[in-house]
Design a protein around this ligand. Structure first.
Ligand code: NDP
Ligand code: GUE
Length: 282
């Protein structure tokens, strides 16, 4: 049976420092505040929003929501971002992605004030991740994966890591962050051939594709570590990951469950970024 890599202890350890900083700021009359920009009602966005609001409340961080309908135009989203930029009481902004088709996501992302970019969506923050400059915040989920590996004592140096999925939210940045820690990274996507072989041969596999329970026995090997980033809703309305957990658990060495895995660490990382952004703008 695999070791369960639960997110809670990782998130709790991160949140201890965040709570102390948030308290200090509040004592100085600064209310750390996160803006959430959501277009439509994607279930994975709603799940993140629930998790984030719960954690923000526990830490004394305020949340302001900017909710737009599914058919919002690019100008509507840009107007919401402009409101966030102009409001000095907002320290960080989380805008759910992917945005509905027809909206130029890069244009909207880059409209955000870089100082408020707590989820690594602007080109400047991503350059920080890719060039290792220490400027800006990395995408929270990519950082959450690294925090989980650190917390549970997995040293990636020299190990082979397969990342499945190449989005700017998770696949590409997590690949770069693990590369910076001297892992040998294979970045896979929907056109990759021999994916099961690549996955089986890796010491650590990060699945981030948004395909419910799509990865099964042929992808696993004994003793490997699996991080399941996917947040999907199955036919019965239950949250599930990209990995077929029941098939993986008896085989792999360690695995993050969904829910209670990577997602809960993502929200903890987000809150830490918000508080750090609030400190930086003092
Ligand atoms: N736990 C957390 O905190 C978070 C969870 N998520 C979840 O992670 C998942 C991925 O999110 P996101 O990156 O935004 O999704 P995107 O849809 O932007 O990207 C999906 C990626 O998966 C790849 N892919 C799709 N099908 C296959 C396949 N059959 N084989 C190999 N690769 C495939 C795509 O490849 P190609 O580029 O070739 O199309 C693409 O690169 C979602 O379930 C999302 O909800 C996201 C962020 C945070
Ligand atoms: N710009 C952007 N960045 C993202 O990181 C991003 C995104 N867009 N769009 C949507 C996906 C999905 N995602 C989740 C994060 C945490 C939980 C989370 O906290 N889940 C709890 C359960 C919460 C609940 O449902 O009650 C858990 O896993 O235990 C869920 C989903 C981030 N995403």
């Amino acid at each position: 049976m695999a070791d369960l890599l639960l997110g809670k202890p990782v998130g709790d350890a991160l949140s201890e420092k965040t709570a102390a900083l948030a308290e200090e700021l509040t004592a100085q009359g600064i209310q750390p505040t996160l803006a959430i920009v959501r277009v439509g009602e994607r279930p994975d966005d709603l799940s993140y929003e629930r998790g984030a609001c719960k954690r923000a409340e526990a830490l004394g961080i305020a949340v302001r929501k900017f909710l737009l309908p599914e058919d919002a135009s690019q100008d509507d989203v840009l107007a919401a971002i402009a409101q966030v930029n102009d409001d000095a009481s907002i320290h960080g902004c989380l805008m759910f992605r992917p945005l509905p088709k027809g909206i130029d996501e890069a244009a909207v992302c880059n409209a955000l004030d870089p100082a408020k970019d707590v989820d690594g969506i602007t080109a400047g923050s991503l350059a920080g991740v890719f060039m290792d400059t220490g400027v800006g915040f990395p995408p929270c989920t990519a950082q959450a994966c690294v925090e989980i590996l650190d917390h549970y004592g997995f040293d990636v140096e020299g190990k082979s890591v397969a990342v499945v999925g190449r989005s700017l939210v998770i696949g590409k940045p997590v690949a770069m962050m693990l590369l910076a820690r001297n892992a040998t990274v294979t970045l896979c996507h929907s056109r990759s051939r021999e994916l099961p072989t690549i996955c089986r041969e890796a010491d650590i596999v990060v699945y981030a594709t948004g395909r419910p329970r799509a990865y099964s026995l042929e992808h696993f090997s004994g003793g490997q570590t699996v991080l399941d980033v996917g947040i999907n809703v199955d036919e019965e309305g239950n949250l599930c990951g990209d990995v077929d957990f029941a098939a993986a658990e008896p085989v792999v060495g360690a695995i993050t469950p969904v829910p209670r895995g990577v997602g809960s660490v993502t929200t903890a990382v987000l809150m830490r970024h918000v508080v750090e952004a609030a400190v930086a703008c003092k």
